[in-house]
Every structure is written in C-alpha cells, then in structure tokens.
Ligand binder design. Structure first.
Ligand code: ATP
Ligand code: MG
Length: 253
C-alpha cells in the first residue's frame, strides 16, 4: 500500500552570510496512512523545514520526498500534493477582515481557483461543506463573525475547519498550539485527534510542549540539528532521549 509519506536521505542546506546551515541532514522516514505523528525538537532542530519540504514550500538540496506516492520534485505531482495537504499554522494565518465562513471557504481555493471566485461565486455545496466543517470544530454559531473578533483558540479551530474544507488526505500542523493557553491547546489537539480517528486523515504536528506530546502523540519523532534522533512511541520515551533532544530535560508543563 502507498505510504502517506516516504522520505529518503533528505538533506536541505541554507546559504547564509555566516556560511551554509544544514537544516535537514540525511532524513529517511515512512509514515503510514492514518497515522498521528508528533515532531519534537528544540528551536532550530529543523521541524518547520521538514514540514515545508512535505508541501514543496522548501525544496530538498538532495534526497527524495513522496507524499501519497507523488513526488514533490515533479510540478504536476506537487500541485496534487498541495490539493491533498491541509496546513495549520502557529499564527492561524486567517484573513482577519473576512468572516469565519469566508475563511473556511478559502480552504476550497485549491479546488476552485482564485479567491474572488470563492468569495463571490462559491457553489452552494461548498458553503454547506464549510458550515459542516465549522460544526465539527464547534464554531457553527460564529460563521458570520469577523475572524479577528475570535479568541486565539477559536481562530485556530477556524484554521482546522479551513484545512478540513479542503478535504485533505494529510494535515501538517506547525506548532499549532504554541500561542494558546493549555486548555485551548488541548481542545485544538483533541479536535485534530478526532479528525485523525474519524476521517483517517494523516496528521503530522510539531509541538514544543512534551506533556501535550505525551497526551496526544502516538508516534513521536525527535529532531536535533537537522537529524532524526529517535522515532518512538511516547510511552517508550525516556529522559535520556529527551536529554539528547534538549540538552537538559525541560520541566513538565
Ligand atoms: N530560509 C532560511 N534561511 C536560512 N536558514 C534557515 C532558513 N530556514 C531555516 N533555516 C535554518 O535552518 C535550521 C532549522 O530551522 P527550522 O525553522 O526548520 O527549525 P525549527 O525546529 O522549526 O525551529 P523552531 O522550533 O524555532 O520553529 C535553523 O538553523 C534555521 O536558522
Ligand atoms: Mg519551526
């Protein structure tokens, strides 16, 4: 069966005034369809770069990246990968002055063309789908509110609804809860888990908070200095492994 993600010997180097920086170093990795994977690692470990390589926002210096059996290096295949990949961001990336519903409809852009086509001429079935996605994240009653009137946790749930409206096979979430209080963070992660379990959507989420990773991660990838240093179940992670990631093991939050 095709893997959700298959990465072989992926390297990415950035040229900087101070010299080349190796952001990803010889990463090989397979993720099964329907998995819920958390990425852990200190600042600069390469988590965002790895996630960006999965949807072509960053191109590999060498090695291969396949998503759903398609290569990010082939432009037509990358287009399909982007249609099938929902992105969730730390700062939500909503269009602040648009309504919640219009933001969720932006998730249809990958399928429907330009933003004006979505906002002016959106088909009835897309509106119904967007409303359904808002129901699933518990925000049906906020459909007509301006996006920037919502709390951070609510805005991130709109971000999830927007990703869902795309009807993705994979959701990539780069530190989706780092700006949220613990209660809102758990709520957002619980919604991602439910989507993963009910819809079989593969979810890759980078997290800073290890306690949350313990609660929600099923498979945990540890990154340090651009390399994958462990690939484990959360139960099997011990202090030595965390020490390898962070130097000192941070206090549980
Ligand atoms: N566009 C870029 N140009 C130059 N260097 C970059 C660029 N993007 C990332 N890097 C470098 O690559 C390394 C990995 O960065 P990355 O953002 O992937 O780490 P991260 O694990 O997401 O960190 P954080 O937890 O702070 O978000 C860092 O040393 C970073 O400075
Ligand atoms: Mg990052």
């Amino acid at each position: 069966m095709t893997k959700a993600i298959s990465i072989r010997d992926l390297c990415r180097t950035f040229e900087t005034p101070a010299g080349p920086v190796s952001a990803l170093s010889h990463i090989s990795l397979d993720v099964e369809k329907g998995a819920f994977v958390t990425l852990l690692g200190a600042s600069g470990a390469g988590k965002s770069t790895l996630l960006r390589c999965l949807n072509g926002l960053v191109s590999p210096s060498s090695g291969s990246v396949f998503v759903g059996g398609l290569s990010v290096a082939v432009p037509e295949e990358l287009k399909t990968i982007r249609e099938k990949t929902g992105m969730i961001f730390q700062q939500y990336n909503l269009v602040r002055r648009l309504s919640v519903l219009q933001n969720v409809l932006c998730g249809r852009l990958a399928h429907c063309g330009t933003i004006s086509s979505v906002l002016r001429f959106f088909p009835e079935q897309d509106v119904a789908l967007a409303r359904h996605c808002l129901e699933r994240v518990g925000l049906a009653d906020k459909a007509d509110s301006r996006a920037d009137r919502l709390s951070g946790g609510q805005q991130q749930r709109v971000g999830i609804a927007r990703a869902l409206a795309q009807q993705p096979e994979i959701i990539l979430a780069d530190e989706p809860v780092s700006s949220l209080d613990p209660r809102s963070a758990r709520h957002v992660l619980q919604i991602l888990r439910t989507i993963n379990e009910q819809d079989g959507i593969t979810v890759i989420v980078s997290l800073h908070n290890m306690q949350l990773a313990k609660e929600f991660g099923t498979r945990v990838l540890g990154m340090k200095d651009g390399a994958l240093v462990f690939d484990s179940t959360m139960e099997a992670i011990d202090r030595d492994m965390l020490h390898a990631l962070y130097g000192e093991v941070p206090d549980e939050q």
